[in-house]
Design a protein around this ligand. Sequence first.
Ligand code: DHK
Length: 150
Amino acid sequence: MKPIYILNGPNLNRLGRREPEIYGHTTLVEIEAMCRAAAGDAPVVFRQSNAEAELVDWIHEAIDEGAAIIINPAGLSFRSIPILDALKMFDGPIIELHISNIHRREEIYQHSLMSRAVTAVIAGLGPMGYPTSVKAIRQILGNLGTTPSR
Ligand code: DHK
């Protein structure tokens, strides 16, 4: 069973203490547990990095070994051509995820470069967006006939 890659960008390691009025009090460790619970028996690779190059390397790994990608590129959403170019190479479903509703925030957060390369975008559901994305990916993979056994 190929895993679902859940990749997180810069500063998300600080969730729970980072601007809780925007991102809430849930930590990334707690979010990972929510994702694994939602995935059931589907394997999950869950990682976070503050480094653009590392995220690109992980997308390359997903290209070779993954069934789907859920990515919160965080601040890199708005300027990272390397991440966009890597996502374009992935031939499975991709969900771009933002905890906050980036379209209701300051102008600098409103135009994600990634959206043109992904299957769907979820923004504004808070930490719940993560398990929601996992469940959606499982449904999409099921429809493609590639979901791990339920
Ligand atoms: C997370 C970040 O770190 C910000 O740079 C984005 C995104 C929003 C989120 O809502 O998860 O602008």
